[in-house]
Ligand binder design. Sequence first.
Ligand code: FAD
Length: 356
Amino acid sequence: MKAIVVGGGIGGLAAAVSLRRVGWEVEVRERAAAFGEIGAGVGVMPNAMRALEWMGVSDEIRRLGTPRVSGGVRRQDGRWLVHLPDVGQEKVIAMHRADLHGVLLRALPSSVLFNDAEVTRVDELDADLVVAADGINSRLRAELFPEARGPEYAGATAWRGVAPGPFDLPISQTLGPGGEAGILPLGDGRVCWYVACVAPADARLDPVELFADWHDPLPELVSTTQDVIRHDIYQLPLLPTFVRGRVALLGDAAHAMTPYLGQGACMALEDAVTLAAVGGDLARYDAVRRPRTRSVWKGSRMAGKFGIEMRSPIALALRDFAFRVLPPSLAIQGMTRFSSWEVPQVHSIGSNPVVN
Ligand SMILES: Cc1cc2nc3c(=O)[nH]c(=O)nc-3n(C[C@H](O)[C@H](O)[C@H](O)COP(=O)(O)OP(=O)(O)OC[C@H]3O[C@@H](n4cnc5c(N)ncnc54)[C@H](O)[C@@H]3O)c2cc1C
């Protein structure tokens, strides 16, 4: 059986690695001149770690990502609202996106990778299975679901960077009025950071100015990092199915979501492993992945409402109070409640495979 994967981002490469593990012949077609990732950090949550374990690459991820450090949630002035030991490695392993992409790329032979290979139509592709992993602006999604709406602006903008360090910092998310920030240390002393605020799309804004009075070392990280990437945040409206004929949508092409739970790339990894675990059975893939990604998509929207979008002083005071009085594990449950996912086990009852 042969699969063509369209798109060589984190989702597409993960699909290729996973399908090869269960015996598929795979080809990855990437439109860019070279396989690679720009961007800054990505948080690998425990659910994504299980997917990477299944793919056989988790040791490298642990080595390259956040070491065992403490962390939690802070206020704009730096006061901890919740602080836990062992957040790094236990709750989240942050990595440079290029490192995660590189780990997946090295798990594939170069003979299956085709760059400068833009796909414009599904009928160009001679394969039993086509995996559309071509991102939020997916051309294949637009071809197969012409009735579906395209990306919609989620009302906020983010800047991300990697500061060279070396730093010795805890991992943290900081919530302020109409904004949030995160510090994600890597294993080699570098630090991935992001800052984000509510804003109209394409607004002219200076993050150095906006985050100048946030706690240390955020202002220093934002003002001294050389390459800062800005992303206005978009999401894709939910679809009634991820499957058309022999094509499966995967990753952002299927369900691009806001980044407030840090689960977008994690969902792409889960999609990839699930598609392989169900042996490329698209009805089962759809039945398993749509409810899961729908709840994470909605949870991420909700996290935005209780996080970055909250601006009223009364609501902020109530939120801070709730963080202080709740046991730490309960206080961060909103952020971690989707992390308990396990790779689906496929077994047979009579002649029918059943997915757990
Ligand atoms: C500000 C921000 C912060 C985020 N933070 C996190 C986080 O902490 N944790 C997390 O899990 N997720 C995070 N995400 C989400 C995450 O970045 C995405 O969910 C993930 O990268 C999606 O991967 P993908 O492979 O589906 O798509 P992409 O990474 O978009 O890859 C698509 C690939 O397809 C190629 N392509 C496109 N069209 C074609 C074509 N026609 N033919 C061939 N190739 C094509 C592109 O060149 C690209 O290489 C964040 C996103 C944003 C915007």
